[in-house]
Design a binder for this molecule. Sequence first.
Ligand code: PMP
Length: 431
Amino acid sequence: AELSPRDADLIARRDAVLGASYRLQYRNPVHFERAEGMWLYDPEGRAYLDFYNNVPSLGHCHPEVNAAMAAQAGRISGNTRYLEPGLVDYAERLVATFPAEMDRVVFTCTGSESNDLALRIARHVSGAQGVIVSSHAYHGTSAACAGVSPNLGAAVRLDPATRMVTLPGPAGIPDEGAARHFEDQVRAAIADLQRRGFGVAALLFDSIFSSDGVWLDPPGFIAGGAAAVRAAGGLVISDEVQPGFGRTGDHMWGFMRHGIVPDLATLGKPMGNGFPIGAVVGRADPMAGFGATARYSNTFAGNAVGIATADAVLRVLQRDDIPGNARAMGARLRAGLETLQGSHASLRAVRHAGLFFGIDIGRDDMPAPARRALALDLVNAMREDRVLISTTGANEDTLKVRPPLIVGPEHVDQFLHSLGRALALVEGRRT
Ligand code: PMP
């Protein structure tokens, strides 16, 4: 499809004023004017099915969430140094969704701020520097977060006290050996950090390993490595920015799938359904120790509009059993993908928890660049069909599929139909 003169002009102005770091998705960029529920609308009024955006978990522009946000904006949006019952009510309701040991919360504005603060707490209470992460993890934008985000590639230098572990899935370890493999790697990282005098501050992981390519199985494989880090004096930090707030279907928080209770959990993305708000939730022990001696103030964090918005999000999520829908629709999508695998050899593997899917693209015998090209062709073919997804993983040959959690059976079926069409198109082109 040809770019309209309007969009060509917008792209030229955008490049001039915003620069190269503002990347556009798709060969044929998309332009949206409004959104509602599962749908995004372009200026011509054409609807695109959203199977990509995990921030508006309750659907785009949720009317009850927006009403709560607007009502609070019309009253007051002060800071957390004045008494405000809404802040305390929401904090209590949020920590009630965690295991009993995790009963403290500090608010932030983004996932990056949550991880940045969690790293500060871990380093403060452990007195150590070292952080252990997975080999393609992404944890955020601040200097400290970038220092523990190998996914940013060679352009960003990792912190000298960061150690990476490879996950059992991409290493080809069978499920029976997965926990052992992970724990062995963590123990080796601990030993190296101790030998070099850094010590161990934290094991930091996204419990569905989204940027690693959704290598989330088998459930429980993290437990032994997490225990080893605690025994060495470090904290266990679960980055819940992607899996949190019910996306995995069976659980409100991704770490629950692994049967562990971390010291800290970091929250972001769907917490405000689009309004920027995040949090660190954790055990009293490290959090109180940090609060008593360190100074932490964050101007906008915990502002009343953000809290009112997040409060409405949590109410709707619990009232409408949104995690239950993630479970049911995740199972429907998985079954449909397995059927498609029967007729399309280029659907190599499907992994998921609830409504976070990683779908490996390309036959086993294809070289990595050809698989990556095929995955990219599929994403672009589906965009022409007005269905939105993306890619992830070390080789970017894994389709990243994570629709809003309100998705219905008709949307799942439309997605499967579109993927089938795109597969037929790109497979025909390449054989
Ligand atoms: N952690 C993970 C696992 C993420 O995926 C992201 C964002 N993609 C972040 C942290 C950072 O969140 P934010 O961009 O809201 O700062």
